[in-house]
Design a protein around this ligand. Sequence first.
Ligand code: AMP
Length: 449
Amino acid sequence: MSFTQLGLTPDLLRAVADSGYTEPTPVQNEAIPLVLAGRDLLAGAQTGTGKTAAFVLPMLQRLHASRVGDWRHIRALVLVPTRELAMQVEESVRTYGIHKRVRSTTIYGGVGFFPQVRAIRSGPEIVVATPGRLLDHVGQGTIDLSRIEILVLDEADRMLDMGFIRDIRKIMALLPARRQNLLFSATFSDEIRRLADGLLDRPAFVQIAARNKPSELIEQVIHPVDRERKRELLSHLVMSRKIDQALVFTRTKHGANRLAEQLERDGIAVAAIHGNKSQPQRIRALADFKAGRVTLLIATEVASRGLDIDALPHVVNYEMPMVPSDYVHRIGRTGRAGIDGMAVSLVCVDEAPLVHQVERLLGRLIPVETIPGFEPNRDIRPEPIRLRTGQGGGRPMGRSRPGGAPRRHVNPAPARSHASVGRWPVASGTSIGGGPRRDTRRSYGRARP
Ligand code: AMP
């Protein structure tokens, strides 16, 4: 299904397109029409499934549709377990609500109380809050929750794990009886079910399998390298038999062709597979790769979809993807059918923010291993990433957008709390490669005869 079939208004579709999303995730497909219809919802969906947009988009649409006169009061409340999640959810509200002139704010502990009072007084329509600090505001009489129309409990299981159940119940008691309730949780313990029973009115139920979590069988590694030396490093990894056969991802068709030509000159058997290749050419490339006649198959994101290659030992991200979930799709091509796989990313200083995004999505750091002789030059400064379209001119990072409106950066600053900050020191412009090192003598992937 496409986003246009979900019943969203054009301004929200525009915001979605600006975010670079081309099709809804399963939880978005299922939840958006239900929420738009005003149903209460119980959704089993983990972080990484696209659950935030699944409730933010229809919430924005419903609030907008019923806006009347003076709406300078809080109409929707999203309760979340942590301040990081509060910031992320509110960022999504601002991103998707950009054309709706929606006012929103966050409320969480560990920061000053009075700036929040001022923000509440300015009349936000949507508040994203952690339960404890929200109750502090209730206690001080600085917030009025009596006109809430939509309540969302996001990551409800984590809130219960963190001991927020009493706070949540207190907050629920302050809300008007007539409202729409949405509960998102990765797991369903008895306690969650009890909470859901007391909260939800004849809810629709949506259960989504975890997505964006790569198989445990896939080992991941980042090789920091200067942008001009990536091809040389890839050749080195093949020549030194650290990689015997791999699917290699580039961002553009032009990049795939150029890399294939260069690697051929290095004496490596390669084939490129992308949208400009004819179907017979693609079939032949794939057959050669499967038969082992081709060592590296160079592909773009789109061309790789649906490639059926069993037991692929390596995936190489020659360039990091612009959208973090694409990383998971790419590396999901290895580590299949019980075979150990290896996902290797060749990362230059410009791509540090893209690594941040991916690590945030994965919820963990990817080990860094510098290959001797390819240590990044610390004097090289990051440059904005440009996509080469093959028709000449570059365009700033991202995907094609209808209308040519200014593009939102797909790459928001990573949450400060994330452990990898400092590991990829982007803002300061220092070079990457300062991360933890591993034993570089070890080869990886399959055991070799
Ligand atoms: P969430 O599960 O809401 O934390 O979202 C996980 C990640 O998926 C975020 O980086 C979102 O920006 C991204 N995302 C959400 N919806 C889509 C979509 N339809 N297509 C691609 N990425 C998406």
